[in-house]
Design a protein around this ligand. Structure first.
Ligand SMILES: [Zn+2]
Length: 252
């Protein structure tokens, strides 16, 4: 299916490593509406895709050319057949609308900024699926939880203000959970954990990675003291285990 137009190669390999013949590309499908055009411009201007591509090319050995494609109807998802991460404009519009409607600006973070934070978290989440597929990385438990964890680790360890970006992503899970008056069979049978669980787990990782700076976070968000007590260990193990698994594929 040849539907990718206007391919923009943002960044090719930046290092001289033997493995550096990397091609992580970002492309944008032609937007179908004015709103989609605006969103496409927002994504480009945010530099989020560029930051993700640079992080990948500087730190990871990418076995097969990986593309990040914005636009289209499906996603967010990783498609192993074409080794591509697909993010529809509609997803970004939906996230933005949700932040705007919730009065998110009151938190001090503009909805536009929070939307791009979610986009970065989502790209890292899908990248997790891509790495697992590309390298047959073992996963115990739900893969969706595992890649949420990787997104947190990459944000916290590699991205400036990554903890704040993770908090925006957590807040979206919280907003999504508020949309449901009651949980259905579908929610329980879903491959993802419940939105509120994803919210608290992300916060646990943020707090656990820097309990001094985020000492008020459990109290402010309702993260139970019982869980918070183990967040330092939880984040430490998550970080160390991901680094162990990714070590063979990282550029030193
Ligand atoms: Zn996923």
């Amino acid at each position: 299916m040849k539907k990718v137009l206007g391919i923009l190669i943002v960044s090719m390999a930046l290092t001289t490593s033997a493995f550096a013949k990397v091609a992580v590309t970002v492309s944008y499908e032609t937007p179908g509406t004015r709103l989609e055009t605006m969103v496409m411009k927002d994504i480009e201007a945010s530099m989020v895709p560029q930051a993700v591509v640079s992080l990948l090319n500087e730190n990871f050995v990418i076995k097969r050319p990986l593309s990040i494609v914005f636009g289209g109807g499906e996603g967010p998802l990783f498609d192993p057949e074409i080794n591509a991460i697909l993010i529809p404009y509609g997803f970004v519009i939906e996230v933005k609308t949700r932040f705007e409607k919730s009065g998110y600006a009151e938190t001090g973070v503009h909805p536009d900024e929070a939307t791009m934070d979610v986009l970065m978290h989502t790209l890292f989440h899908e990248l997790g699926h891509a790495l697992i597929a590309m390298y047959d990385i073992p996963v115990l438990g739900k893969e969706e939880d595992a890649v949420d964890g990787l997104a947190d680790v990459l944000l916290i360890e590699y991205v400036e203000n990554g903890r704040e970006i993770a908090i925006s992503a957590a807040d979206l899970f919280d907003l999504e959970s508020e949309d449901r008056m009651e949980l259905s069979e579908e929610d329980f049978s879903d491959e993802h954990s419940l939105d509120l669980q994803r919210f608290y787990t992300t916060l646990c990782h943020v707090y656990g990675s820097n309990p001094k700076e985020y000492k008020d976070l459990p109290g402010e968000t309702g993260l139970s003291g019982e869980r918070a007590e183990f967040c330092v260990e939880e984040y430490g193990k998550l970080h160390d285990d991901w680094m162990t698994l990714l070590n063979p594929y990282m550029i030193r």
